[in-house]
Design a protein around this ligand. Structure first.
Ligand code: MG
Length: 445
């Protein structure tokens, strides 16, 4: 088979698989075209690796190919049901995928998505996403290019990020925010505790999970919506107008209180207010838009396009907040980004500790390549995370930097990962599902 015949046979690889068509500097790094007698690339194994180097259950998918040493990694982290995702990948997707061509990314996405007939949901979504990211990683490695290059190349030098400042008092939040600003952050999310209440995002990081499955977490919305404007007033007064401030309501208050809060926060010019409503209350976004110009971010709980298409196409949100490993990986996230581009909605992919470093790397590659990037939620990886995941995106001066290696540019040291087994007792953080009003009524977490 000559080069022209090979060109015609491998449309899925596109220009990425044609290093001799690339500029000399890139072509020098790219792989040689396959030999004339090369066998088609095949998937030979698919497996999950569960690890918790930062104490948070992470699920990573590894797709191995018939080419020696060529494999891809993807994030499939649904930390609240890690074993369910593990089963979905190991027992269902592995036998379905073995023998198939890993370069057929879109076709694989469609066939996996439909293979269960009943589809969507975080378990199947994460399983599919883990495979999808791994296939992009494989394509990048095989063509000798970073994934952002496959997406059309960098639109920016690095990825601007926000991090979390929290505390039990206004002064504690101020201190935490100052430390982040001193470290180079231009964007800071602020959350404050409410005395006597289990307030989202305000507690100490890495709080130990408790074995009891019925401990009540008391939560009342009124005190919260009274306190948050005072927090913003304090921080603006102490830290000025330059720093961009964010806040996450975490769908915890009745819709009408969220609307009041969004109006009350208007003078403080937020970068965005996140999740004012739950996905079940999606109809309120239209009403919110009519009464306030506070920018709105939404989406980390979204599972399927029906949940975001209307919000985006009716211009009811400003930032899309999806968890990329929940909605179908990079293949679907690219489509979401393109949809948003037409409606002036910017990206703010979910990026806390329950996104694995592989997922963070995937976020960064997409952030670099899309014109309508907004902001990236970021974290400073611990030494243990960096040991388990060599090639973590580097956080410097408030920016995430990609390392420009082929594929996602990140690896998983399985020996190190094995030193940090995930916890199965309790099998997840029981606080979720135990938030209740003082009278015992369950509330959204
Ligand atoms: Mg959130």
């Amino acid at each position: 088979m000559n080069r022209r015949q090979w060109f015609l046979r491998v449309p899925a690889a596109g220009a990425a698989g044609l290093p001799w068509l690339l500029p000399p500097t890139i072509a020098a790094k790219a792989a040689d075209p396959p030999a004339a007698n090369a066998q088609p690339l095949k998937i030979t194994d698919v497996k999950t690796i569960l690890t918790a180097p930062a104490g948070i259950r992470l699920v990573v998918v590894k797709v191995v190919t018939s080419e020696p040493g060529l494999y891809g990694l993807g994030c499939a982290t649904f930390t609240q049901r890690a074993r369910a995702v593990e089963t979905a990948v190991d027992k269902f997707l592995k036998p379905f995928l073995i023998g198939k061509n890993p370069l057929n990314i879109e076709d694989t996405w469609q066939s996996v998505f439909l293979s269960s007939y009943w589809r969507n949901g975080p378990v199947l979504g994460n399983a599919l996403s883990g495979v999808d990211m791994a296939l992009w990683d494989i394509l990048g490695k095989r063509s000798g290019q970073p994934v952002y290059q496959l997406f059309g190349g960098k639109c920016r030098k690095a990825v601007d990020t926000y991090r979390h400042a929290s505390g039990d008092t206004l002064a504690a939040v101020e201190k935490a925010a100052r430390a982040l600003i001193d470290a180079g952050q231009r964007h800071v999310r602020i959350q404050v505790g409410i005395p006597g209440l289990e307030t989202y995002g305000s507690g100490p990081k890495g709080r130990k999970e408790e074995p009891g499955n019925a401990k009540e977490q008391v939560w009342e919305p009124r005190a919260y919506v009274r306190t948050v404007p005072k927090l913003f007033e304090h921080i603006r007064k102490q830290l000025g107008d330059e720093v961009e401030l964010l806040h996450d309501v975490h769908e915890r208050v009745p819709p009408i209180l969220a609307m009041q809060l969004a109006k009350d926060l208007e003078p403080f010019k937020l970068y965005f207010l996140e999740d004012p409503f739950s996905p079940e209350d999606i109809g309120y976004f239209e009403k919110l838009r009519a009464v306030t110009t506070t920018p709105i971010a939404m989406g980390e709980l979204f599972n399927n396009p029906n949940e975001w298409v209307g919000l985006v196409s009716h211009r009811l949100i400003d930032f899309i907040r999806i968890h990329i490993s929940q909605v179908g990986g990079l293949t679907m996230a690219r489509k979401v980004a393109a949809l948003c581009e037409f409606f002036g909605v910017r990206s703010a992919w979910h990026g806390p500790g329950d996104v694995s470093p592989v997922g963070h790397a995937a976020n960064v590659h997409l952030d670099l390549a899309i014109p309508n990037f907004g902001i990236q939620e970021a974290r400073l990886f611990t030494q243990m995370e960096q040991d388990a995941f060599p090639g973590c995106p580097e956080l410097k001066d408030g920016y995430y930097w990609a390392n420009d290696k082929p594929g996602l540019g990140i690896d998983l040291d399985e020996k190190v990962a094995a030193k940090f087994p995930i916890g199965d007792d309790p099998p997840f953080d029981y606080r979720w599902g135990n938030y209740r009003r003082k009278d015992g009524t369950i509330v959204k977490p």
